[in-house]
Structures are given as C-alpha cells and as structure tokens.
Design a protein around this ligand. Structure first.
Ligand code: GTP
Length: 154
C-alpha cells in the first residue's frame, strides 16, 4: 500500500491490482490512450484530467469506466484494464475509486460532453503538472504517477 497526501492535504491510500477498500467502489478514474496519445477531458470547473466519475445505480464499476470515457470524451473503450484502487479520507467524507487503463480506438464526435468540454489529446503529461493550473487537482497527487507507471508496464 502507498500512502500520501493529495493536493488538498487529504490522506490517500493506493493499492495495486486489488479491490482492497471496497468490492463496490462508487467512483472510477480511467487513464486513457488513443492512437499513442493520452486522451483526457477538460472539466468545466476542475480543468484537464483523465475521464472518470461516479458509478450509477445498477451499474458495475467497469461499466461506469466505459460510460464515463464515452460521455466525457466520445471514446469507445476497446480494452479496459484494472490498475488498482484508492481511498481518500476527504473532508466531506471518504471515497473509494477504481483506477483503470483504457485503450480507445475510436473517438466519436458528440453533441455535448456532460460536465466537460470534451476530449483533449496530449503527447505527454507535463512534468510540472502539479504546478500547472490548467490541470485538475486529481492530476496532482501520486495516484497519477503510480497509475502511469503501471500503464507503462502493461
Ligand atoms: P459531485 O458530487 O460530483 O458534484 O462532486 P464532489 O466533489 O462533491 O463529490 P465527490 O464525491 O466526487 O468528491 C468528494 C471529495 O473527495 C472531493 O472534493 C475531493 O476532495 C475528494 N476526491 C474525489 N475524487 C478524488 C480523487 O480522484 N483524488 C483525490 N485526491 N481526491 C478526490
């Protein structure tokens, strides 16, 4: 288990390859690639981040991961790999989130992208992402670094 503080100084615990904190996590986050580039989305309030969100009633976490990628980027997930799970001891309550890696072949143009402005393709995630205010807080803790390391191993 890896333990660290996030951007808001909340404690985060991350466990690889295992649904360690909950069998029914309520949140998902998907590190996504499309034709060799990183596929992110621009959230209207939080800024640039990988797609993700809440698991809906009657849906599995894997289904939520595919749906969120589609809603926020138009990307149709071909392969979905589970990477790990993290727990955030947040001020407004605890959350448990599954992290995935998804390979997207097809990017469909959509009339709207929910809370986001749609897809954003990047060759690289900037080294100074922590200090770059275009990026969401979700991109600013060790979860991103751990997940990207895992994705490179896959
Ligand atoms: P909505 O209900 O979706 O409008 O947003 P919310 O921010 O109120 O709810 P959510 O349950 O998504 O998140 C609650 C809090 O948990 C956030 O304000 C963050 O502090 C924290 N949180 C959520 N997702 C993450 C994440 O991926 N990483 C980290 N470090 N904290 C997160």
């Amino acid at each position: 288990m890896e333990v660290f503080k996030d951007y808001y100084r909340n404690t985060v615990k991350f466990v690889k390859n295992e649904m360690y904190f909950s069998n029914q996590p309520k949140h998902v986050w998907v590190i996504t690639k499309h034709k060799g580039q990183w596929l992110l989305t621009k959230h209207k309030n939080r800024g640039i981040e990988f797609p993700g969100g809440k698991v809906e009633q009657g849906e599995s976490a894997d289904q939520a991961a595919r749906r969120e990628v589609y809603e926020e980027t138009g990307g149709i997930v071909k392969e979905l790999h589970f990477v790990g799970q993290y727990y955030v001891d947040g001020k407004g309550g605890d959350i448990v989130k599954n992290v995935y890696f998804a390979q997207v072949d097809e990017l469909e143009e959509r009339p709207h992208y929910y809370e986001t402005e749609g897809p954003m393709l990047l060759d690289d995630i900037p080294k100074n992402v922590k200090k770059d205010n275009r990026f969401s807080f979700m991109m600013k803790d060790e979860v991103l670094q751990i997940a990207i390391k895992e994705v490179k191993r896959l």
